[in-house]
Design a protein around this ligand. Structure first.
Ligand code: ADP
Ligand code: MG
Length: 288
């Protein structure tokens, strides 16, 4: 028989915007001691804005235009920041989006790539030390810098910034109060990740993690002998949510993520994840 307390917990959860998949979620919420939090869209609001453009030849408008053209069909938050309000876009031939790396295509007759500096180097682009310096300096400020290469040569750097959610600090403190050690995981550059982690008081950061490697990072933490909760918001996070002992999907938009999760949060607020763990534990104590 379904214990009444579980029904009550489920009902209370619904009031708080927390969907509990089943009784095993309560057991896992009790057992977890580490919580892995995705950065972009979870600890930050994921709505990035363009904060800087640098051009190798001084023509910043041209860099912006080519970059915005490349990004017009990408749904990534970085793409939205770069293409929002841009004028005079050119059509892109052979557009491709590379998960966790960037975008590419042919713009105005020339092959162009825009994305992570490490990925551009893997594509055989020679990235000058000056450009590395710019990317690192932006990262120190907590900004993400992406590099534009046109015709095989670096032509510019665009930086975008995301906002830390106002409740993220409270969520980290809340998890610690429940005995969970917070760990940040992100595909972003190490410098950006560390700047955000520093502001939140998170001491363990897994940065530059490719989407397909997120689940493996969760497994590695589990192999250290701790039960692991994972909080994520996106399609990118589905495998990691499924691998975690307790998967917590945040936000109603990410159907793929919530299919893989034990708890789904309807509020896009990381404090809701803390509430979910606390409620699950309280419900379990009543059942026992
Ligand atoms: P996160 O895990 O933080 O959500 P992603 O895995 O989506 O980040 O992306 C990792 C990195 O790849 C980004 O920080 C950026 O440098 C690069 N990147 C991904 N998609 C794009 C894009 N559409 N345009 C430019 N750069 C991108
Ligand atoms: Mg994300």
């Amino acid at each position: 028989a379904t214990p009444v307390a579980l029904l009550v917990g489920t009902g209370r959860g619904a009031q708080l915007g927390i969907l509990i998949r089943g009784p095993q979620a309560l057991e896992q919420a009790d057992a977890v001691r580490t919580v892995v939090l995705d950065k972009t869209g979870t600890l930050t609001d994921g709505r990035m804005s363009l904060v800087g453009v640098w051009a190798a030849d001084g023509d910043e408008q041209q860099v912006r235009r080519v970059a915005a053209s490349l990004e017009q069909d990408s749904a990534h938050p970085i793409a939205t920041a770069i293409s929002r309000d841009a004028a005079g876009l050119s059509p892109v031939e052979d557009f491709r989006s590379y998960d966790g790396a960037g975008v590419g295509g042919v713009v105005e007759g020339r092959p162009a790539l825009l994305g992570r500096v490490g990925w551009l180097r893997e594509q055989g682009i020679d990235v000058p030390a000056l450009v590395h310096g710019r990317v690192d300096a932006e990262a120190e400020l907590g900004r993400t810098a992406v590099v534009l290469a046109v015709g095989g040569q670096v032509s510019g750097v665009l930086s975008v910034a995301d906002r830390i959610r106002p409740t993220s600090v409270a969520a980290i403190r809340g998890f610690e109060a429940l005995g969970l050690r917070p760990v940040m995981m992100t595909g972003d550059h190490r410098g950006v990740a560390e700047a955000v982690a520093r502001q939140l008081g998170i001491h363990e950061v897994h940065a530059a993690v490719l989407p397909q490697d997120k689940a493996a990072h969760v497994s590695a933490l589990q192999q250290q002998g701790q039960k692991v909760a994972m909080v994520g918001d996106g399609v990118n996070d589905a495998a990691a949510l499924a691998t975690a002992d307790l998967g917590i999907a945040m936000g109603s938009g990410a159907d793929v993520a919530s299919d893989a999760a034990d708890l789904t949060l309807l509020r896009t607020d990381p404090v809701a994840a803390v509430d979910a763990v606390r409620l699950s534990r309280a419900t379990l104590r009543v059942i026992r």
